[in-house]
Design a protein around this ligand. Structure first.
Ligand code: 3H9
Length: 693
């Protein structure tokens, strides 16, 4: 008898229950338990059918990812899917919570699927650098057609039970007790002829009638994918569905899956999966938490609006406070537009959108924060202004209210010192747009109380965020590393490398956008103002700003833009400026290869990351990688900058940094002490133990 698969029989129906907390992930014990249960029940004359369900309100989160790095253990999941599909009596998957990956594939192999209204169904393997390996690419399109299956498999986005109802994926969404409803469903279908997914060919017949159209769709999906190898494998699996008999197509899918599972890209994404979950546990060891049922956001600009929406989305009422009525009106309009878009895209019902919108009340007086248990300040980056606001919050809020600043660079300890209770203060650094971007750097101040940290981490998790606890310094983890890239981009431009070349190298590496296109998007004036204040001169970037080329909003920056378009177009004016600057600086023309460009974009950041570890600002290299993967568009299949550095090898990183430092006369490129020490010892970043932040 399995300890993770239970069978209970009553009313001539067997209930097969996967019970492996927390998410019923399918490991070897589950596979064995399922096979045993199915083989016993096959010959059981005392049942008319069976229900497959998960304990604890979750069906199954898929294969146990931890097993992927170990040698395969029998029985394989393929045997389980076959046993489900060939079960001689009606078999109903009763889905609550999540049915993801191999979990959904279990359900697809059953004759029927019923689900609770809150259930989510998905094939997220692509987000782990893979494709479904248990029939997902074969059964799903047979059940729902290519147009519905493609986004689920190529993008890995789940659908809700409601969206899936009636599409062939979910036969019925049922309210109330799921198991009882599943049994009732089974009784109603007694005697019906079951048509397993494998036997359905409507989609395939249609493809065969117009193969070029199908190929065009596959080309479109693979072109859109950032990580091409998984996308190409998915396209191959779809082709197999059309070209091969079902059993052979399953084998082809499995072979593609195994190849992807063992790939460097998939290993990197598994590493990030667990790194993100480790990072989310930091701070949770405090013995208590503070209650948070009412929140406030001070400052109704872009960041404030995003944070208010993120809080409202997590079910919390928010007071959005700004002394300027007009800013508040603009904020209200933005919030309304954002929610309307979500209704239009089907992401939210009109009722839910209205509920969230109404939960954000606006006010001009900071006293509106008086009855809140958590206040997030999101005014612009001015230490004096922030200190003033914190001094006021100190007066108007009750003791114990958590006071958080959304500063991206300023000294959280200095802000905390403006209050009489620095223990209640911490940083919550959201990324724009805050209701969409997943990362929150939780900045622990010198005095931040353990229960304040714990409450903030738990709240951010409730908001669906990836949390990384970091220490106080200029720019924390993400921005401090990011700021190392800008001077190096400028330096490349000064040496005559064109923006499009730099951006091409960055996007070929996997960034969604290159640094020059990104600057055009965010506006060149922000960094210009910061440089001016610090007395720093960037000949190329400054000249662009002086010409009024402030980026997309001005129709020109590193690139030019046609009216109403965001497509960057190379501009001879910029080329001319760059060439002249290179000459005036005495930079002899030389061909700078892609490898050097990439090195000079990435190595300074890795070097800074090492500095963050030396100083204890970042707890461990994996935390830095989570910051970059979830907040800065680092290609997840490359695992994050520190993981990438280990992959290259720290001896190589050290030597290249030395070389560039000498070549460019730039002392900031000298390898960090930590890199030198690890390289000398033949170790990598991953060998470091996690420190306390
Ligand atoms: C697959 O199925 C391939 C097949 O096609 C092949 C053929 C069969 N394995 O995220 P949480 C752990 S590939 C192992 O904090 P939430 C997680 O590490 C798989 N462990 O909770 C954490 O552990 P700990 C396709 C897993 O409520 C704990 O569960 N499936 C797995 O915010 C709680 O997780 C996926 O990609 C797993 N599959 O979110 C689904 N899943 O407590 C990946 C979770 O020690 N999982 N854990 O830190 C998820 O998306 C989310 O975890 C889920 C729950 C939505 C399920």
């Amino acid at each position: 008898m399995s300890n993770v698969v239970r069978v209970e029989t009553s009313d001539r129906v067997a209930r097969i229950l996967i019970d492996r907390p927390p998410v019923n992930a399918m490991n070897v014990d589950v596979r064995r338990g399922l096979l045993e249960a199915l083989s016993v029940l096959r010959g059981d004359a005392g049942i008319d059918g069976a229900i497959l369900a998960g304990a604890g309100g979750r069906f199954c989160a898929g294969s146990d990812i931890e097993e992927f790095d170990a040698p395969p253990a029998a029985p394989s999941s393929v045997e389980v899917f076959a046993a489900l599909e060939n079960f001689p009596k009606p078999l109903v998957a009763a889905i609550a919570g999540v049915a993801f990956g191999g979990g959904l594939e279990l359900a697809l192999a059953c004759a029927y699927r019923v689900a609770s209204p809150d259930a989510r169904l998905g094939l997220p393997e692509v987000k782990l650098g893979m494709l479904p390996g248990g029939g997902g690419t074969q059964r799903l399109p047979r059940l729902v057609g290519f147009d519905r299956a493609a986004p689920m498999i190529f993008r890995g986005e789940p659908v809700s039970a409601k969206e899936a109802e009636g599409s062939g994926l979910i036969d019925a969404v049922v309210e109330g007790d799921l198991l009882e409803a599943a049994v009732a469903f089974l009784f109603a279908r007694r005697g019906d002829t079951v048509r397993p997914a494998a036997a359905r060919s409507t989609w395939i017949d249609r493809v065969r009638e117009d193969r070029p159209a199908f190929e065009a769709l596959l080309k479109d999906w693979t072109a859109k994918a950032r990580e091409k190898k998984s996308a190409n494998a998915i396209a191959e699996a779809f082709r197999a569905a059309v070209d091969l008999p079902f059993d052979q197509a399953l084998q082809r899918e499995r072979a593609l899956f195994v190849e992807r599972r063992d790939s460097a890209e998939a290993k990197a994404q598994r590493y990030l999966f667990f790194a993100e979950r480790d990072a989310a546990k930091v701070g949770l060891d405090a013995p208590s938490v503070r209650p948070v049922d009412r929140t406030a956001v001070v400052g109704a600009g872009t960041m404030g609006v995003g944070i208010a929406m993120a809080l409202a989305n997590a079910g919390l009422p928010v007071a959005l406070i700004d002394s300027d009525e007009k800013t508040l009106d603009r904020a209200a309009a933005t919030i309304a537009t954002n929610y309307r878009r979500q209704i239009e895209s089907g992401a939210l019902t009109a009722i839910e959108a209205a509920r969230r919108e109404e939960s954000i009340r606006r006010g001009t007086a900071i006293t509106a924060a008086g009855d809140c248990q958590l206040v997030i300040e999101a005014v612009f980056e001015d230490l004096g202004l922030k200190k003033e606001i914190f001094a006021t919050l100190d007066r108007v809020t009750a003791r114990g209210t958590i006071l958080a600043t959304n500063t991206s660079t300023l000294d959280v300890d200095a802000i905390a010192a403006a209050t009489t209770r620095p223990g209640d203060v911490l940083g919550l650094h959201f990324f724009s747009p805050a209701h969409i971007m997943r990362l929150v750097e939780v900045v622990k101040g010198r005095a931040t109380a353990p229960d304040v940290l714990k409450t903030a981490v738990m709240l951010a998790r409730k908001m669906g965020k990836a949390t990384v606890v970091v220490g106080v310094c200029d720019g924390f983890v993400g921005n401090r590393m990011h700021l190392r890239r800008a001077p190096n981009v400028e330096r490349l431009l000064q040496e005559g490398v064109m923006p499009a070349t730099i951006d091409r190298v960055a996007t070929a590496f996997g960034f969604a956008m290159g640094p020059c296109a990104t600057s055009d998007l965010t506006g060149l004036d922000v960094q210009w103002r910061i440089r001016q204040a610090k007395g720093i001169r960037y000949p190329v970037a400054d000249a662009l700003c002086e010409m009024g080329r402030l980026g997309q909003k001005a129709g020109a920056g590193y690139y030019r833009y046609d009216p109403g378009s965001r497509r960057p177009l190379e501009d001879p004016v910029v080329h001319d400026l760059i060439r002249k600057t290179a000459v005036s600086l005495g930079n002899a023309p030389r061909a700078i290869g892609d490898e050097e460009i990439l090195d000079r974009l990435l190595l300074p950041m890795i070097n800074e990351g090492a500095g963050l570890l030396e100083e204890g600002i970042a707890r461990c290299p994996a935390d830095i990688d989570v910051v970059w993967a979830t907040g800065y568009g680092w290609p997840t299949w490359r695992g994050g900058p520190m993981y990438f550095a280990d992959h290259i090898g720290l001896i190589t990183i050290r030597d290249r940094l030395e070389r560039y430092s000498t070549q460019l006369g730039d002392e900031t490129l000298r390898p960090a002490r930590l890199i030198k020490a690890l390289a000398a010892a033949g170790r990598g970043f991953s060998s470091l133990p996690a420190a306390r932040v």
